[in-house]
Write a protein that binds this ligand. Structure first.
Ligand SMILES: CCCCCCCC/C=C\CCCCCCCC(=O)SCCNC(=O)CCNC(=O)[C@H](O)C(C)(C)COP(=O)(O)OP(=O)(O)OC[C@H]1O[C@@H](n2cnc3c(N)ncnc32)[C@H](O)[C@@H]1OP(=O)(O)O
Length: 197
């Protein structure tokens, strides 16, 4: 195997990977998921230029989400920035945590940009977990223009890696971590991801 083949291979579930299991306490299909953190650029309501992505639980271990491309999200004139589109897919993939009830962070994210996305577009995103192996969670996402069955603009494949709450407590800046830990709603949301709170 050449060095350039390696990253692609790391997105393929290894032998022994198992299908994902929806947690019995996962939100019901159709249920709107709240933000996991108010300051999150992807889903937080406290970020004026954030994506304000709204995600809903789907069937099995899947999520649907909508993201409206605003002026603050442009790359070229009148078009969404590719990194912003990748962020929208990353955030939707991260929301799959709610259904597995584990905390996981993005290890690898590979994005294919298939069509430009104009300002004002509602991007309809669907993400699902395909397999789990140890702490690794394999998932895919697709973003369509204007409707759930609209033209495909962007696709992603990802590996998320399960972590404990300590990952954030140990690595986040003290100010924000202290504020989060002092907020009972935030603590409740963090615990909602844990199998054994
Ligand atoms: C009240 C308290 C307040 C807190 C409240 C918080 C609530 C939050 C709730 C929910 C948050 C959800 C947030 C979603 C936001 C959207 C998603 C993002 O953007 S996340 C940000 C971007 N990502 C990162 O910042 C990761 C940075 N990377 C790391 O921290 C490490 O590299 C990490 C954790 C990913 C892995 O490090 P290791 O030391 O723990 O583990 P190792 O041994 O290296 O890897 C474990 C397995 O994963 C594979 N792996 C690791 N990286 C990989 C990669 N890049 N590609 C493929 N596989 C990878 C390895 O090969 C290994 O596999 P083998 O078990 O040996 O089979």
């Amino acid at each position: 195997m050449s060095g350039t083949d390696q990253p692609r291979t790391r997105l393929t579930p290894p032998e022994g990977a198992t299908p994902p299991v929806r947690h019995p306490d996962a939100p019901a299909p159709g249920e709107l998921l709240g933000a996991h953190y108010d300051g999150c650029f992807g889903c937080g309501t406290g970020q004026p230029h954030g994506l304000h992505l709204e995600a809903r639980a789907g069937d099995g271990v899947s999520i649907t989400a909508e993201f409206t491309v605003k002026a603050a999200h442009q790359g070229a004139p009148g078009l969404a920035h590719g990194g912003v589109l990748a962020t929208a897919l990353d955030e939707t993939l991260g929301s799959l945590n709610w259904l597995l009830r584990v905390i996981a962070v993005t290890g690898r994210l590979e994005t294919d940009f298939l069509a430009p996305v104009p300002l004002g577009t509602v991007l309809h995103i669907e993400a699902r977990v395909t397999a789990v192996h140890g702490r690794k969670i394999y998932s895919t996402a697709v973003g369509r223009i204007g409707a759930p069955d609209g033209p495909v603009a962007v696709r992603a494949q990802a590996v998320f890696v399960e972590v404990k709450v300590d990952h954030f407590i140990d690595n986040g800046r003290t100010e924000e971590i202290q504020a989060a830990m002092a907020d009972p709603d935030q603590v409740k949301r963090a615990r909602a991801f844990e199998v054994n709170p």
